[in-house]
Design a protein around this ligand. Structure first.
Ligand code: URA
Length: 250
């Protein structure tokens, strides 16, 4: 694959911009086959390279080639999951421009969030440019478990837990929704597992049992935990093992 096409596929701009980056000396490459740790400057935009295992260095920033992007973001409070937020900054501003500009076959460019979290909810959010992966992880039919750490206004009691497990009716839907698991962590803390993702579901479920959500944090999707060393606002690539873990989740 030509270097300019590799850069284009990774979201570094139009083919013309990518060719310009190379010709102006902004790009070095480290090929997995080279056997050395060093980066080689490359000013030939049409140079043929094997993309798998390639690490690009573009304007001083290292960028490992990924045919598809799968990333995990620790969503901080006070951010919206929309591309066009109404009040708070968009989570997409926390990602580097290439992740937001990757060319896709669909109408929208770049990685997309797998479902949405409310602006005040924190925790694990997956993003990808792989439509099938997004569908697999977010479709209600696939029943991928999502675990929420819920801080409540009032103490939680056994009756509330029993109702959450048995199923509660939310205002707009006669079909009851139930928690797949519900564990009391402290008097005002629950770990709630859901396999669907209705609008404001946790908040509405807690309201339906006479309590109120004061804090909401998603700690797990399927078999994947939010890494404890990933600070709020930080993101990371998912590696093969983590993708395998997620694939086992449905
Ligand atoms: N349920 C909610 O109420 N809010 C979220 O952000 C996620 C689940």
């Amino acid at each position: 694959m030509q270097l300019q096409d590799i850069l284009y596929s990774q979201g570094f701009g139009t083919r013309r911009v990518c060719a310009g980056l190379v010709q102006q000396g902004w790009v070095s490459v480290r090929e997995s086959s080279s056997g050395t740790q060093g980066y080689e400057p490359c000013t030939d935009a049409a140079a043929e390279l094997e993309p798998e295992g390639l690490i690009l260095r573009v304007q001083g920033v290292d960028w490992p080639y990924h045919a598809k992007a799968y990333v995990l973001l620790h969503k901080p409070a006070g951010t919206e999951c929309s591309q066009k937020p109404s009040t708070y900054p968009s989570i997409y501003t926390l990602l580097p421009p290439p992740l937001r500009q990757r060319p896709t076959k669909s109408a929208v460019q770049g990685v997309q969030a797998v479902g949405r979290l409310d602006q005040d909810t924190t925790g694990l959010l997956l993003l990808s440019d792989d439509g099938q992966f997004i569908h697999r992880m977010s479709s209600p039919k696939k029943h991928v478990a999502k675990v929420y750490q819920v801080t409540t206004k009032h103490p939680v009691d056994g009756g509330q837990i029993a109702k959450l497990l048995a199923g509660v009716v939310l205002d707009d839907d006669p079909k009851p929704v139930r928690a797949a698991a519900c564990e009391q962590v402290e008097s005002h803390r629950l770990a709630l597992t859901l396999t669907e993702g209705k609008y404001h579901q946790v908040k509405r479920m807690l309201a339906a049992v006479g309590n109120r959500v004061e804090g909401l944090h998603r700690s797990r999707i399927g078999a994947m935990e939010l890494p404890s060393d990933l600070a709020p606002g930080a993101w990371k690539w998912l590696n093969h093992d983590e993708l395998d873990l997620l694939a086992q989740s449905n």
